[in-house]
Design a binder for this molecule. Structure first.
Ligand code: ADP
Length: 395
C-alpha cells in the first residue's frame, strides 16, 4: 500500500510517500516559493530517506494547481499506484473527531469553516480538490488538526458566552492535533508508566500551543476557536484581552481586515521585537527588543502551561516539541525556570545536549519529569490514512 501525504500551505506544498501501512517513509519533499509575492520561481525538491536528492527542478509560475500537476507527473514516474492521499486539513469543525473521506459533501462542509482558519484552510482544500482531479483512483482522506481535541469534555470547549453562540459553533476547537496525537502515541514507549498519566505537551514552532493529555487523550488545549489563542507565536499574539480589539475598532478605526493583519501577521515575536518572527534570529541578536520578545515568549508559555494543569489534575511530565521546543535549550530553561515551584529540576547538561532527539532533560528527582520528543506530523497523516483504509476494509 502506498500513501501520499500532502500539507498545502500558502507558499509551499510539503509531501511524503509512505509504504507498509503508513509506517515506512520512502521519500519526502516540497514545492516552495508558491506565494503570490515570491521573487523566485517555484522549485520542486525531493529526497529519499537516506538523504539522496531525487528531484531538484525549477517550475513555471502557475500557482498551486500547476505545482500539483508537476508533483503528480513526477510521482507517476516513480511509483506505480498511490492508494491513498492523506490531506492535512486544519479545521474539521465540531463534526470531525477523526480522519474522513473527502467527498463533495465533506468538502462543502469544510469550505464553510474557512473563516475559522483563514491562513490554512483554503490552501488545504484547494490542494485536495486539485489532486483529486489528478489522482481520481486514490482514496482522498482528510486528517484534521482539530480532531484530536474532540475528546475534551463539553465544559472545556466552552467560552462564557450566550448558549446560542455555542450552538452556532463558537467554541474552543484546539489545533496542532496531528502533532499531539503523534507525541501521545509515543508517550508510553518513551516515558513508560508516566506516559499513561498526566502530561502537558508544548508544541513550540512558528505556531505555538500546548495541550494537556491524560492517558493519551486531549483534555484541554491553549488554542481555542482559532489558532490565535494561548501562547505567543512567531507573528500571532496569543492570549489577549478582547477589550483591546474593541478599543482598536472604536478609538483607532481598525477595520476587521486591519485587526486580522495585526493579530495574525504583525504580533508575537515579530511585533514585540520589531525585528523578526524567527526565534533563532532573535536569540542571536543583542538588541534589547529581541531579548524582551524572547522573555515574553517564555513567560506566556509558562503561564499557559500552568493553566493547563488545572485540567489534567496535576502533572507527571512535560514534553517539548516542534522547531523551538526540540532545538532551543535556552527557551526550555526560560520556561522551566518560571515553573520551578511545581517541582521541576532540569538537568542542564542533558538539556544542552537534547537537539532534535528524544531525551529526558530533567534530574531523576524532578517531579514532574521533562522531555524532548521530536514530532512528525507527516507520519501521523500517513498513519491516519492507513488506519482509515484498514477500517473500511474490515467493515
Ligand atoms: P512551523 O510552525 O512553521 O512548522 P517549526 O516547528 O519549523 O515551525 O519551528 C520554527 C521555529 O523554530 C522558528 O522560530 C525557528 O527559529 C525555531 N528554531 C529552529 N531551530 C532552532 C534553534 N536551534 N534554536 C532556536 N530556535 C530554533
Amino acid at each position: 500500500m502506498t500513501i501520499l501525504t500532502l500539507n498545502a500551505g500558502s507558499a509551499s506544498l510539503k509531501f511524503s510517500l509512505y509504504q507498509d501501512d503508513g509506517e515506512q517513509q520512502i521519500l519526502h519533499g516540497q514545492i516552495e516559493h508558491l506565494g503570490p509575492s515570491e521573487s523566485q520561481p517555484p522549485r520542486l525538491y525531493a529526497c529519499g530517506v537516506d538523504g539522496q536528492v531525487l528531484a531538484e527542478t525549477t517550475l513555471g509560475r502557475g500557482g498551486q494547481s500547476e505545482a500539483l500537476d508537476h508533483l503528480a507527473d513526477w510521482l507517476e514516474s516513480r511509483t506505480d499506484t498511490v492508494n491513498a492521499v492523506a490531506h492535512r486539513i486544519v479545521h474539521g469543525g465540531p463534526r470531525h473527531g477523526g480522519a474522513t473521506l473527502l467527498d463533495e459533501e465533506t468538502l462543502q462542509y469544510l469550505d464553510g469553516l474557512v473563516q475559522l482558519a483563514p491562513l490554512h484552510q483554503p490552501h488545504g482544500l484547494a490542494g485536495a480538490r486539485a489532486l483529486e482531479q489528478r489522482l481520481p483512483h486514490a482514496s482522498h482522506v482528510a486528517c484534521f488538526d482539530t480532531a484530536f481535541h474532540r475528546t475534551q469534555n463539553e465544559l472545556q470547549q466552552r467560552y462564557a458566552l450566550p448558549e446560542d453562540l455555542y450552538q452556532m459553533g463558537i467554541r474552543r476547537y484546539g489545533f496542532h492535533g496531528l502533532s499531539y496525537q503523534y507525541i501521545s502515541e509515543k508517550l508510553p514507549q518513551v516515558l513508560g508508566k508516566a506516559g499513561h498519566g498526566r502530561v502537558v505537551i508544548a508544541h513550540l514552532g512558528n505556531g505555538a500551543s500546548a495541550c494537556a493529555v491524560v492517558n493519551g487523550r486531549s483534555v484541554a488545549s491553549t488554542m481555542g476557536f482559532t489558532a490565535l489563542e494561548g501562547l505567543m507565536m512567531g507573528s500571532r499574539c496569543g492570549r489577549l484581552d478582547p477589550g483591546v480589539l474593541l478599543y482598536l475598532q472604536d478609538a483607532l478605526d481598525f477595520s476587521s481586515r486591519d485587526l486580522s493583519d495585526l493579530l495574525y501577521r504583525r504580533s508575537g515575536l515579530l511585533g514585540v521585537s520589531g525585528l523578526s518572527h524567527d526565534m533563532r534570529q532573535l536569540q542571536a541578536s543583542s538588541q534589547p527588543a529581541a531579548r524582551r520578545a524572547v522573555d515574553l515568549f517564555c513567560l506566556m508559555a509558562a503561564r499557559e502551561i500552568a493553566g493547563l494543569i488545572v485540567s489534567s489534575g496535576g502533572l507527571d511530565a512535560l514534553v517539548f516539541t516542534a522547531g523551538i521546543g526540540e532545538n532551543s535549550p535556552q527557551i526550555r530553561t526560560g520556561i522551566i525556570e518560571r515553573l520551578e515551584w511545581l517541582g521541576f529540576q532540569l538537568d542542564p547538561e542533558a538539556n544542552a545536549k537534547a537537539l532534535s532527539a528524544t531525551a529526558c532533560i530533567s534530574d531523576p528527582d524532578s517531579k514532574p519529569s521533562v522531555w524532548v520528543i521530536p514530532t512528525d506530523e507527516e507520519a501521523m497523516l500517513a498513519r491516519q490514512a492507513a488506519r482509515w483504509l484498514e477500517e473500511r476494509r474490515d467493515r
